[in-house]
Ligand binder design. Structure first.
Ligand code: AMP
Length: 299
C-alpha cells in the first residue's frame, strides 16, 4: 500500500543557470514530486526510465521508501535540457527528447489502485488520463502540466482538467492556456472546467489559491542562494499532496497549510542542482522553515 500515487516523467536533465551547469542529472516530474512527498507520506511512482538510467538513482528513491513498483524500465530515458538566465522564473527549453516516454503505456500496479491521493505530475495528458482511469476511487486528484503539453495536446489536457480536484499550474502557463493576461480571470476559467481548487505558482514569488469565493496567497521564501529552480513546481506539487495524504484532511484551512509545506520544499529544492539539496534536509529543517513562512505573513 502507498499513501499517494505520483504519475509523471523520470528524466536525465542538462541544466544551465548563471550559477553553474550539470549534465545528465537526475530529474523528471515524478522524481522531484515523489521525493518531496516522501517527507510526509509513502509515495508510489508510475513512470518510465530507460535501460541507461543509473541504478544509483533508483537506490536513492528506495532509501526514501518511495515505492518503485510502478517504474517501468524500457528503451532510452527521457531527456530534457533547460537554460535559466538571470530571471530564474522561466526556463528556456533547449531540448526535449521524449524517448521511452513516447511509447509509455502507464500501468498502475494493483497495489496502488485503491490509493486515495493521486498526483498527475507533468507528463503527456493522454498518459495522465490513462493512469487516472486505472485508479478505483481516488479521493483527491491533483494535476500539473507545462507549456509543451499546452502547445501540443490542449484538447486532451482540458479533458483531464475536468476530472481533477485541484489544478496546479504556473502563472505563464495559466495565461497561455486560458488566453488571458489576468490571473484572476485565468483561475476562474480553470474553476469553471470543474476543479474545486486552482493553485497558480508564481516561481520565487509564491503561489495563489483560488476556490469558490476563496483566495489565499502564500508568499515566496526570500532565498539569497538560488542555484537551480528545476523541479520547484514538481516538488511544490509533491509536498502539497504528500502533506494532504499524511493528514487526510481536505478542509480549506489544511489545503492552505499544504500549500505552505509545498512552498517550503520547493524553496529548499532551488538551493542546489538536481535533488542535491533535498537529499540533505531533515524534518526539523522543514518545520523551521514552515515557522518562518508563518512569521513572514504576520502583520
Ligand atoms: P519544473 O521545473 O518543476 O517545471 O520541472 C522540471 C522537470 O520537468 C525536469 O526535471 C524535466 O525532466 C521535466 N520535464 C521537462 N519537460 C517535460 C515534458 N515535456 N514532459 C514531462 N516532463 C518534463
Amino acid at each position: 500500500m502507498v499513501d499517494a500515487v505520483i504519475v509523471g516523467s523520470t528524466g536525465l536533465d542538462d541544466i544551465e543557470t548563471p550559477f553553474g551547469k550539470v549534465q545528465s542529472a537526475l530529474g523528471g516530474a515524478a522524481i522531484y514530486a515523489s521525493y518531496a512527498a516522501s517527507f510526509f507520506c509513502k509515495p508510489g511512482i508510475v513512470s518510465i526510465a530507460g535501460k541507461d538510467f543509473p541504478k544509483e538513482h533508483i537506490t536513492l528513491l528506495k532509501k526514501r521508501a518511495i515505492d518503485t513498483t510502478g517504474l517501468t524500465i524500457a528503451g532510452k530515458t527521457f531527456r530534457w535540457g533547460g537554460l535559466y538566465e538571470y530571471d530564474m522564473n522561466e526556463a528556456k527549453t533547449l531540448k526535449t527528447e521524449l524517448n521511452a516516454m513516447k511509447e509509455f503505456n502507464p500501468a498502475v500496479p494493483p497495489s496502488y489502485r485503491d490509493t486515495d491521493y493521486l498526483f498527475l505530475a507533468n507528463i503527456d495528458p493522454a498518459l495522465q488520463l490513462r493512469a487516472l482511469e486505472q485508479m478505483r476511487h481516488p479521493k483527491f486528484i491533483v494535476m500539473d502540466t507545462m507549456n509543451f503539453w499546452i502547445e501540443h495536446r490542449e484538447e486532451i489536457l482540458r479533458s483531464v482538467i475536468k476530472k481533477v480536484h485541484a489544478l496546479v499550474i504556473n502563472d505563464g502557463e495559466a495565461r497561455q492556456l486560458f488566453k488571458t493576461t489576468n490571473l484572476v480571470t485565468a483561475a476562474s476559467k480553470a474553476l469553471s472546467l470543474g476543479p474545486k481548487f486552482v493553485i497558480i505558482k508564481k516561481g520565487e514569488h509564491g503561489a495563489l489559491l483560488f476556490s469558490d469565493g476563496i483566495h489565499f496567497s502564500a508568499g515566496g521564501y526570500p532565498l539569497e542562494n538560488i542555484k537551480d529552480p528545476t523541479g520547484c513546481g514538481d516538488s511544490f506539487g509533491g509536498g502539497f499532496i504528500g502533506y494532504l495524504a499524511k493528514t487526510n484532511d481536505l478542509s480549506e484551512q489544511n489545503v492552505r497549510k499544504a500549500i505552505v509545506y509545498g512552498s517550503v520544499i520547493a524553496s529548499f529544492n532551488a538551493e542546489d542542482f538536481s535533488l542535491k539539496r533535498l537529499q540533505s534536509i531533515t524534518g526539523a529543517d522543514i518545520e523551521a522553515r514552515f515557522k518562518d513562512f508563518r512569521a513572514m505573513r504576520e502583520f
